[in-house]
Design a protein around this ligand. Structure first.
Ligand code: IPM
Ligand code: MG
Length: 373
């Protein structure tokens, strides 16, 4: 029996289209060789959507994203769009997708590939074998809280006469649902969750801590749970990252901590992510997959970008959207083998050398490794 999956590909800006072209090769390979059939459509997001439609995400694209099994996104943004009004900046397209699809659980694994352990800015002994998963709340908190804005504030002696406002706001329901996602994932890994907030200075942090504890005590008492202030968490991540299994945290802390965790692994060009929401009618979760790296406008169009983060994001789609864990592992092993063979895009080229390859050659090597089995 053939399994059929619908995919919406949104390459976006900068290196997004280049790395996504390599993902398409992988999708085609699985289609041709593993009895899966992919119904793939393409559309615009970010600056490229703005150039065409005057908005970073057209309503038709939003509707298509809601209808497919999974969205694959490249990256958005670039200097060309820096002066645009905030409401139409490329990033707003991505935030609209996350919000309207209600993708509340953002999974950001930070795994250190053995072949790359010397790339980390930390010592090999600290990062070798690292395998942590950050679960970042993605649809609430200070990114979306009201009130927000920049207003005149000329009462009193405020030099400049303006105030900028954002609101950190979490409901207990929002905290409980992302905590459940973290506990579920931990049970399939090392069975440990560390929750991070700033309960020492923020009421929303106190609520966060209490609700995560509540979900633990009532629903997941067998998972080991600890709590940490987020600043200490940042410090512990660079001091001894292997103490962590799953980290669950809010939208803003998760944004920052996941970049720090990413760098532990040596290259931002390696890290995938999955953003998951509630199950749809077909039982599959609403889902968007994207690399953690950005649009890297400085190297766009030069064939230098590393497509692995985007390719591993597709592996996450196989695992979390299509329940094809074996195919996902097969793809991850192919990537690992290519790296072990010393095949390197520019970002992975270290003093010990290796075979330098372009973006598209890296894609071809991974396809060849899949074919070689
Ligand atoms: C990320 C990015 C985004 C975020 C930007 C591009 C809006 O930094 O996915 O981590 O802040 O969430
Ligand atoms: Mg970020």
């Amino acid at each position: 029996m053939s399994d059929s999956y619908s995919l919406l590909i949104l390459p976006g800006d900068g290196i997004g289209p280049e790395v996504m072209a390599e993902v398409v090769k992988i999708v085609d390979w699985f289609g041709a060789n593993r009895g899966m059939s992919f119904d793939v459509s393409h559309d615009l997001v970010g600056g490229s959507a703005y150039d065409r439609h005057g908005v970073p995400l057209a309503d038709e694209t939003m509707a298509r994203a809601q209808a497919v099994d999974a969205v694959l996104l490249g990256a958005v943004g670039g200097p060309k769009y820096d002066d645009l009004d905030f409401s139409v900046k490329p990033e707003r397209g991505l935030l609209r997708l996350r919000k309207e699809m209600d993708l509340f659980a953002n999974l950001r694994p930070a795994q250190c590939f053995d072949a790359l352990a010397d790339f980390s800015s930390l010592k090999r002994e600290v990062v070798a074998g690292l395998d942590i998963l950050i679960v970042r709340e993605l649809t609430s908190g200070v990114y979306f809280g009201e009130p927000r804005g920049i207003h005149a504030d000329d009462n009193g002696d405020n030099e400049g006469g303006r105030v900028g406002i954002n609101t950190q706001r979490y409901t207990s329901g929002e905290i409980r649902r992302v905590a459940r996602a973290a506990f579920e994932l931990a049970m399939r890994r090392g069975n440990k969750v560390c929750s991070m907030e700033k309960a020492n200075v923020m009421e929303s942090g106190i609520l966060w801590r209490e609700e995560v504890q509540w979900v633990h005590d009532n629903e997941y008492p067998d998972v080991e749970l600890s709590h940490m202030y987020a600043d200490n968490g940042a410090m512990q991540l660079v001091r001894n990252p292997r103490q962590f299994d799953v980290i669950v945290t809010d939208n803003l802390f998760g944004d920052i901590l996941s970049d720090a965790a990413a760098m532990l692994t040596g290259s931002l060009g390696m890290l995938p992510s999955a953003s998951l929401g509630a199950p749809m009618a077909n039982g599959r979760p609403k889902a968007l997959y994207e690399p953690v790296h950005g649009s890297a406008p400085d190297i766009a169009g030069q064939g230098k970008a590393n497509p692995i983060a985007c390719i591993l994001s597709f592996a996450m789609a196989l695992r979390y959207s299509f329940d094809q864990g074996e195919a996902a592992a097969e793809l991850e092993r192919a990537v690992e083998r290519v790296l072990a063979d010393g095949v390197r895009t520019a970002d992975l080229m270290g003093p010990e050398g290796g075979t330098p390859v372009s973006t598209s050659q890296m894609g071809d090597r991974i396809v060849a490794a899949l074919a070689a089995g």
